[in-house]
Design a protein around this ligand. Structure first.
Ligand code: GTP
Length: 361
């Protein structure tokens, strides 16, 4: 039996206002929550029991998944009344595990899409007799991430969180948000207070001489923490660039969910997802975007690399680029929003009220 912990308790502040109404791991990417993609991939790799470490909007997870029967795994929940951070959450989950002290336990951050060969990670942990094995990937610009240099035998040399100076950028290997722990190390994490696994637990293990190894896997990887990454991840799933057994019904360029109505003269492409009961009117163009259930895009509007919340309405001839529109907002016709715009849930905007454009006026 292989067990896993899924960390899903974060507030998802970078994805507001979408995360005001749903926790980040439950926002739909290619039609289903990121959590569903992760559970499906973990099950494929032989995981039979997953404990969800919840805090923010915990009830959303239990209502959606129950005991996991529909997904073919056993699910249990460990709730934190006060968020305990990524390390404290692992300690809080430990009592739900059945693995023996020297068994492997997988840990997944709840907002990562990846093509990681999970079985190869566990096998690397086993064959190198490691205490912890970390999934590492390589990125062109590692500055926003945690750097993890390793020696030729894969042993981790340091944890360098979000480097700022060129001297600190000693590697392009970053912590990709999935680990294998020897179970008893989870029991050693301090109880009842916030702990960061990246800033406290891992450096502490290195200082104590634990055997911590890096496992580099350069297949698909994306952290869905920001709006732009979120739409990209969803489009990559729809286009089959990011692997997941939970994507159903994609044409390869678009995913139109049951009950949605797309006018024959509208264009939906570049990996867009049109949620259940959405309406896309004549001449509209939805490109690389996510329309959540019940959203409406009126005639001639252009929605590019944007996320439109549930039941929001985008008026005719609007133009949205890299914009986030909260649930049930109503944007009147002929408005224009450039990259980075965020419209709060329920906002009502009249026609031609905003021309927020990146181009010179
Ligand atoms: P931001 O606020 O936008 O940074 O997002 P976040 O709150 O999700 O934080 P971050 O992306 O750093 O979290 C990485 C993973 O750990 C996500 O899957 C979070 O859900 C999870 N996580 C973060 N903090 C906690 C916590 O205190 N408890 C639990 N159970 N999970 C957490």
């Amino acid at each position: 039996m292989l067990e896993a912990i899924l960390l899903v308790g974060g507030q998802g502040t970078r994805l507001r206002p979408l995360t005001l109404s749903a926790p980040k791991p439950m926002l739909p990417v290619a039609g289903v929550p990121c959590t569903t993609h992760q559970i499906a991939r973990a099950r494929e790799a032989g995981v039979s029991h997953i404990v969800l470490g919840t805090s923010y909007q915990a009830e959303v997870f239990t209502q959606a998944y129950g005991d996991g029967g529909d997904l073919g795994v056993r699910l249990t929940y460990a709730h934190e009344k006060v968020p305990l951070g990524t390390g404290g959450a692992l300690r809080n989950v430990a009592e739900h595990l059945h693995s023996g002290p020297d068994d492997p336990v997988l840990v997944f951050n709840g907002d990562v899409l990846s093509g990681l060969d999970i079985e190869a990670l566990v096998e690397h942990w086993r064959s190198s007799e490691a205490d912890v094995a970390l999934y590492l990937t390589r990125v062109a610009d590692p500055r926003p991430f945690g750097l993890v240099p390793t020696d030729p035998s894969d042993r981790v040399l340091a944890f360098l969180e979000k480097p700022t100076t060129p001297e600190e950028i000693v590697t392009d290997q970053i912590n990709a948000g999935c680990y294998v722990f020897r179970r008893r190390l989870l029991d050693d994490i301090p109880d009842g207070r916030p702990v960061s696994v990246e800033r406290e637990t891992f450096p502490g293990l290195l200082a104590a001489g634990a055997r911590v190894i890096g496992h580099v896997d350069t297949s698909y990887w994306l952290d869905l923490g920001t709006p732009l990454a979120f739409v990209r991840g969803s489009a990559d799933l729809v286009r089959g660039l990011a692997p997941s057994p939970a994507v159903v019904g994609s044409t390869g360029d678009a995913l139109v969910l049951p009950g949605a109505n797309v006018h024959p003269s509208a264009v939906v492409d570049q990996g867009s997802t049109i949620g259940r009961d959405c309406i896309v009117h004549a001449g509209a163009h939805v490109r690389g975007s996510v329309l959540m259930d019940g959203a409406v895009v009126e005639s001639g509007a252009e929605v590019i690399d944007s996320v439109i919340g549930r039941a929001a309405v985008i008026g005719g001839n609007c133009r949205l680029l890299e914009t986030v529109v909260g649930d049930a907002a109503r944007i009147g016709p002929d408005n224009e929003f450039a990259a980075g715009a965020r419209i709060w849930p329920g906002t009502e905007l009249g026609p031609m009220s905003i021309r927020f454009s990146a181009e010179p006026a």
